[in-house]
Design a protein around this ligand. Structure first.
Ligand code: ADP
Ligand code: MG
Length: 467
């Protein structure tokens, strides 16, 4: 890339409507020549700024964009501007400095005539962020002190703290997703032009597999490399998916070298991620690893108070304490309990009293025992068949591995609500037809082999009753 072409824009600039019109014509040429997804990813985010003696100044989100466009679409984009402006046409890329105030923009492309001023935001793709997750509604406690403080620091200064990557780990329902989405939301509030994306490693894998099928791996990887803040939730699901790990490794390196922020969550600390590539594990430890523990009693009370106030209900200290004493390990359950209470009391138009609370808490703990994860199922099944858990996620065709894998898939289908696609993903990225095949196979074998049937029933009981 010729760096002299890239300028840093330091002061605000108005779009000229002439430039907008020219760019609009260029876009229609470009659009005809690239797939829609390419167009949306690489060309739509570009804003035309001005045109002077054949020099069209366009604004791009970051350097990476320039490199990517120059490398892949140089011919196309040159052809387009020459066709519209003439042979002397020249393109000048402008990168906005992050700390600049947003320039007033005239949305001349849409309107074709001077239009009301709008603010340009870096959002030309779905960032999967849920605005409900903020720092304001995240209750501070001893259990989440470090993780929260680091998250707040990052959202003020993404990429520029020593917390890169920030790796947050802890059990289910303790606030990992809430915290990392709050980072994303806050970064976008503080720096509207930053490119921020949140997604779980499951979705990342699914997209990657699709990219392979459509021959779009370069584009897929370039898209993630163009982020300023990349947030990947539940990174443990990459275990057993070596190709995805390899690709993620490259994305990680590129972003880290460019000083972009990476935020990851996991159910375990990095060094306990058995089956994750060692070089990834070592990178996960480059920045800061912070855990979230189950909330202590005081924090549970604070969370219950805060949430019940948000729902507009007032609970007596006795009720708050009862709930906080009985639901101890998981904030999602505390929340679920309040929602249930609210629903039952409005259905029966009865006050929330201790009796209703006891009944609700009881129902929740029963449900907890049945609810189970694919991971628990895999663990119990593998223990039973004496097979290494990682093997069932690999391409291992040994007889005992195959049977353990198929039984685990069978039970995952029976005992959880996960889709066939998700179940397949947990077993080394296998597709849904493999899961159906496993299910039918185990079903048939059980019909013919009473011993196997007994084994599977026994395993099912163990999983459901949690022993
Ligand atoms: P995890 O990702 O660790 O499984 P989540 O982030 O999904 O957990 O949290 C579960 C629920 O509990 C969410 O609705 C979240 O908003 C809420 N929650 C978790 N921690 C807190 C907290 N400290 N303050 C307020 N709400 C919380
Ligand atoms: Mg989560």
């Amino acid at each position: 890339m010729d760096n002299s072409l890239a300028e840093i824009q330091t002061n605000s600039e108005n779009i000229s409507s002439e430039a907008a019109l020219i760019w609009k014509n260029c876009l229609s040429i470009i659009k005809e020549n690239v797939p829609l997804i390419t167009y949306n990813t690489w060309f739509l985010p570009i804003k035309p700024l001005s045109i002077e003696s054949g020099k069209l100044r366009i604004q791009v989100p970051n350097n990476f964009f320039i490199e990517w466009i120059e490398e892949h679409y140089n011919t196309l984009i040159t052809r387009a501007i020459r066709q519209v402006i003439g042979e002397e046409a020249e393109l000048i890329y402008v990168i906005l400095e992050e700390d600049d105030p947003l320039p007033p923009m005239v949305d001349a492309i849409a309107e074709e005539k001077p239009a009301p001023k709008t603010v340009a935001k870096a959002k030309d793709f779905d960032n999967y962020l849920n605005p409900r997750y903020t720092f304001e509604n995240f209750i501070k406690g001893e259990n989440n002190q470090l993780a929260r403080a680091a998250s707040v620091a990052i959202s003020k200064n993404p990429g520029n703290t020593s917390f890169n990557p920030l790796f947050i780990y802890g059990g289910v329902g303790l606030g990992k997703t809430h915290l990392v989405q709050a980072i994303g939301n806050t970064v976008l509030k503080n720096f509207p032009r930053k490119r921020v994306i949140y997604l779980s490693s499951d979705i990342f894998t699914i997209e990657f597999v699709e990219a392979i099928q459509n021959n779009k791996v370069n584009e897929f990887s370039a898209f993630y490399k163009s982020m300023d803040v990349l947030i990947i939730d539940d990174i443990q699901f990459l275990i057993g998916k070596e190709k995805t790990q390899d690709l993620f490794f490259h994305i990680f390196n590129t972003l880290h070298q460019m000083g972009k922020q990476i935020v990851l969550t996991s159910d375990k600390p990095p060094k306990e991620l058995k089956g994750m590539n060692e070089r990834l594990i070592s990178r996960f430890q480059w920045g800061l690893s912070a855990d979230i523990q189950p909330p202590d009693f005081e924090t549970r009370i604070a969370i219950l108070k805060n949430k019940s106030e948000n729902y507009g209900i007032e609970l007596s200290p006795e009720i708050l304490e009862y709930i906080a004493h009985n639901i101890t390990s998981n904030i999602r359950e505390l929340e679920g309990c309040l929602i249930k209470l609210l629903a039952s009391s409005s259905l029966s138009s009865k006050e929330i009293d201790l009796e209703l609370v006891k009944k609700t808490v009881n129902e929740i703990s029963t449900k907890r025992q049945i609810k189970t994860s694919i991971e628990t199922i895999t663990k119990i099944v593998c223990e039973h068949f004496n097979v290494d858990e990682n093997k069932v996620r690999e391409k291992n065709r040994k007889k005992e591995v195959v049977i353990a894998r198929q039984v685990a898939m069978y039970l995952a289908k029976k005992l959880t609500n996960f889709s066939l696609k998700t179940i397949g993903l947990h077993f080394g990225g296998r597709d849904h037809s493999t899961v159906i095949h496993a299910f039918n196979n185990v079903d048939n074998m059980m019909a013919q082999d009473p011993k196997l049937k007994e084994k599977v029933e026994h395993l099912r009981n163990r999983i459901e009753l949690g022993y």
